[in-house]
Design a protein around this ligand. Structure first.
Ligand SMILES: NC(=O)c1ccc[n+]([C@@H]2O[C@H](COP(=O)([O-])OP(=O)(O)OC[C@H]3O[C@@H](n4cnc5c(N)ncnc54)[C@H](OP(=O)(O)O)[C@@H]3O)[C@@H](O)[C@H]2O)c1
Length: 286
């Protein structure tokens, strides 16, 4: 039996594999990847590599074994993910895995914004499969914001249509640590964790943090949804994805990403990474 991580060469997956390597022997870890070359470094450290593509169900036939504990990291292609995740769930069921943990979205069935639909359907499919499961309902990565510092610094402004909404984000590494906790610990089958940072912040507070870290004047520029859509498209974001980002901001405005259940800190056994720390690291890396 292995601990199997799909999406293992993505940003979250790499952190999960790294954390697993620090927690269990390498021979207990398997990375499911679509490009073996991208996994060469962890392969050299003893991690087993299985090649599979969510889009090609036949390649998933050999991805899992009976008794494996599997982390399904949700796919990155919005609109294709229900079919992709269905293929993974079917393969996990056929193999007889002992646990399927899934990285869904904060709020689970109550999240009513566009980006949540595929996650909700995936949870429904996992429940219908009867597989022993754990739902990791991830809130926002702080890095969603800090990866986008260049335009903020160029314009001296964070732009959004989130109003005064608050965001209980945590670092990707925090979410990775939570995944490792449920993959290596006991008592998590059937659980649904609402994973978010300990403290919810507003975009005003985010702008203030960036100002402190950079010494520049940065403000939060509240714009209506239509104007935000126009700005994003003008900056090169494809129209459909811009609409999703605008919809996320509306959801933030309605408080849907502000929940601070404490589940994440409890799972990882420490406070979540503060906004200020992630902002400072991102600014230092500029
Ligand atoms: N909570 C949040 O704030 C947040 C933000 C963004 C995304 N997400 C969700 O969380 C997931 C993980 O986040 P991340 O930052 O690690 O994203 P990421 O860096 O884009 O990683 C996505 C992973 O999924 C793999 N993947 C995509 N399509 C696949 C396919 N057809 N078959 C097999 N593997 C496939 C990618 O493989 P390659 O390495 O080969 O590309 C990559 O390893 C995302 O995919 C998305 O569903 C959450």
């Amino acid at each position: 039996m292995s601990i199997v991580v799909t999406g293992a060469t993505g940003a979250l997956g790499r952190l999960v594999v790294e954390h697993l390597l620090a927690t269990v022997p390498a021979e207990r870890i398997t990375a499911v990847v679509r490009d073996k070359e991208k996994a060469a470094e962890v392969a050299a450290r003893g991690v087993e590599i299985r090649v599979a593509d969510y889009d090609r169900p036949e390649t998933l036939a050999d991805a899992f074994r009976a008794g494996d504990r599997v982390l399904l990291i949700s796919g990155s292609e919005v609109g294709r993910r229900v079919a992709q995740h269905t293929a993974v769930i079917d393969a996990a069921k056929a193999a007889g895995v002992a646990q399927l943990a899934y990285t869904g979205i904060l709020g689970g069935p109550d999240a009513d914004f566009l980006l949540a639909a595929e996650h909700k359907e995936t949870e429904r499919l996992i429940l219908a499969s009867g597989l022993p499961h754990t739902f990791l309902r991830n809130g926002w990565y702080t890095e969603n914001y800090t990866a986008n510092l260049a335009p903020v610094l160029a314009h001296g402004a964070v732009v959004g249509n989130a109003g005064d909404g608050r965001i209980a984000s945590a670092s990707r590494a925090d979410f990775a640590a939570a995944a490792v906790a449920v993959l290596t610990g006991e008592g998590h089958l059937g659980a649904a964790y609402e994973l978010s940072g300990d403290t919810a912040w507003s975009l005003d507070e985010y702008a203030a943090q960036v100002a402190v870290a950079t010494g520049k004047e940065i403000t939060y520029n509240r714009v209506p949804a239509a104007a935000h859509q126009e700005i994003l498209v003008g900056a090169g974001v494809p129209e459909a994805f811009a609409a999703i980002l605008v919809d996320v901001d509306e959801a933030i405005g309605r408080g849907l990403l502000a929940g601070t259940s404490g589940d994440l800190a409890r799972l990882i056994g420490r406070p979540t990474t503060p906004l200020a720390d992630t902002v400072a690291s991102a600014v230092a890396a500029l």
